[in-house]
Design a protein around this ligand. Structure first.
Ligand SMILES: [Zn+2]
Length: 227
């Protein structure tokens, strides 16, 4: 029984070997007809039902192969994008940038991005005018800049204001400020002294106003008594 099976299988194999091309053309022709496709599908279903383990393995293999290719494609795409970005920065067509320069520029762009990321956490900043590193509190808030603080420190800004008003022939009197250049709130004594100073410098007008007011009051009272 076993022998007969083996002989039959060997015969079938020999037939397939002998008629390889004929079978291939027949299969190709079948794939074009609906009937052939149905036959093929049925054959596939039969095979999958018979060997589920093997089919699962094959599917996994195909998936792995595809994942590898997709990963490589994505990497290639990233590199191309980066290259075109670098070429844009250099104002050159991508093909004309030598590979070693591309490598250097890529690293530079990467570092720049990392520094920008770190910007969010910094506590110091370099002033663009006096070139000193100062604590972030010495810079006013600004919406126009990347890090949300102005380029110039408060001291330099004050200095600029003073120069501007000097050019216009005006007097510049800054408010009190601390070591960071921040405005300091006036103490109660300072406010009192300021009020007193204002009163004595404007004493004439203040007295004139007072007199006018009391005169008005008197007039009103007289009118009331007459009525
Ligand atoms: Zn400065």
């Amino acid at each position: 029984m076993e022998e007969a099976k083996a002989i039959k299988a060997a015969k079938a194999k020999a037939y397939r070997e002998a008629n390889k091309e004929r079978i291939a053309t027949k299969k190709a022709a079948d794939a074009k007809t609906e009937h052939g496709r149905a036959l093929d599908k049925a054959r596939g279903e039969r095979y999958r039902a018979k060997h589920p383990e093997h089919v699962r393995k094959l599917q996994q293999k195909a998936r792995d192969k595809r994942a590898h290719i997709e990963k490589a494609n994505a990497k290639q795409k990233r590199v191309e994008l980066m290259n075109s970005y670098v070429a844009q920065l250099l104002r050159l067509p991508t093909a004309l940038v030598p590979p070693e320069i591309m490598e250097v520029e890529r690293t530079r762009v990467k570092i720049k991005r990392e520094i920008q990321e770190l910007d969010k956490y910094r506590t110091e900043k370099k002033c663009s005018t006096c070139k000193n590193y100062k604590p972030i509190i010495s810079f006013s808030r600004s919406r126009g800049t990347k890090d949300g603080h102005s380029y110039e420190c408060l001291m330099c800004r004050r200095e600029k204001k003073r120069r501007d008003s000097q050019e216009k022939g005006l007097e510049y009197k800054p408010r009190n400020f601390n070591e960071f250049g921040r405005n300091v709130r006036h103490t109660p004594e300072e406010l009192k002294a300021a009020k007193r100073a204002y009163y004595y410098t404007n004493i004439e007008t203040i007295r004139a106003k007072d007199r006018a007011r009391s005169k008005q009051r008197k007039q009103r009272k007289q009118n009331e008594t007459h009525q």
